[in-house]
Ligand binder design. Structure first.
Ligand code: SF4
Length: 318
């Protein structure tokens, strides 16, 4: 069942052009169309600056899109406005477990704050009970309720951030690089916890990551972004076993694989990522693509509409 749909979402920012110069437009997202099914994990990958975090802020309604519409259960969020139901249905867990918790608040207050801000009508005792029980669900202890963030490790703080996101009983959780600030040994514990919570609460995840080896094991589908656009999307098997876009192939070639018997050639991309203030004509990847032809510099490739979609004039095949 489709739970979330983004239709043609774009996000531009006005950037000062300098003294006596006109303002410029930074195109952070261009024509993003996607659907997420209930209970699945859709990973979003790409290099830094590709628009992943802007997408997270738009989906969680921290920012409004410049263009396009978002549908939750088939109803337009933009036309309904920021109703309480919309605000609570989609929550976010940020990357940095140190920066995302207020050091002056006790854990209990941190967990209860979203309920108070969103005017959830529960008595004080019920709210406290819910917070203590949520601490247990994320692998902490009810007595941690009265402690402060500095008394916890990075992994424990991320558990607290996850507990806070779940206090409003969301349907969708945006996980913005949720383990990249943690030690390797802790990463798998947090990923296992997220998988358990997804089963327990029937959660839908949008999992933003730069780490394809984690994505491969954690997600059901993956969407690859480059310069604010979708260049490929499909199931994990489709994209990892048969990448169609040269950019995806290059990203995958740089991902370590556990099996030493499998040899793969590393594709080293040359050239800089173009500025989103001045995106290239035609295919935005053409200045770094080893398969580029003349048409790639002139004509923008369209994203195909099939199940495993990509945008390339010369898609790869197995
Ligand atoms: Fe490369 Fe051309 Fe495909 Fe762009 S459209 S990825 S430049 S082959």
């Amino acid at each position: 069942m489709k739970i979330l749909k983004l239709n043609n979402i774009s996000k531009d920012y006005n950037v000062s052009g300098g003294f006596l110069q006109p303002n410029k437009k930074l195109k952070a997202l261009s024509n993003i169309t996607l659907e997420i099914q209930k209970g699945e994990t859709l990973a979003v990958v790409g290099e830094s600056g590709c628009g992943k975090s802007t997408l997270a802020r738009i989906i969680t309604m921290i920012e409004n899109p410049t263009q396009g519409e978002i549908f939750l259960h088939g109803q337009s969020i933009s036309s309904l406005g920021m109703s309480k139901k919309n605000r609570t249905a989609i929550q976010i867990v940020f990357q940095d477990p140190y920066g995302s918790l207020n050091p002056r608040q006790k854990i209990g207050d941190i967990l209860e704050e979203p309920l108070i801000i969103n005017q959830i009508h529960l008595g004080k005792i019920e709210i406290e009970k819910k917070a203590r029980s949520m601490l247990e669900k994320v692998g902490l202890l009810p007595e941690h309720y009265d402690r402060y963030p500095h008394m916890f490790s990075g992994g424990q703080r991320q558990r607290i951030a996850i507990a806070r996101a779940l206090m409003l009983n969301p349907e969708i959780v945006v996980l913005d690089e949720p383990v990249s600030a943690l030690d390797l040994s802790i990463q798998s514990q947090i990923l296992n916890l997220l998988a358990d919570l997804q089963n327990q609460f029937q959660l839908t995840y949008l999992f933003i990551s730069h780490d394809l080896s984690i994505v491969r094991h954690f997600a059901d589908r993956v969407m690859v972004m480059y310069l604010g656009q979708i260049v490929e999307e499909g199931s994990i098997d489709q994209v990892f076993q048969n990448p169609k876009h040269p950019y995806t192939k290059a990203l995958l070639s740089a991902t370590p694989i556990a099996d030493p018997s499998i040899k793969k050639e590393r594709i080293r991309l040359t050239g800089e990522i173009p500025s989103p203030l001045n995106p290239p004509s035609g295919c935005s990847f053409h200045n770094r693509c080893w398969l580029a032809q003349d048409i790639c510099k002139i004509e923008k490739p369209l994203l195909t509409k099939e199940d495993h979609r990509s945008s390339c004039h010369f898609p790869l095949s197995k």
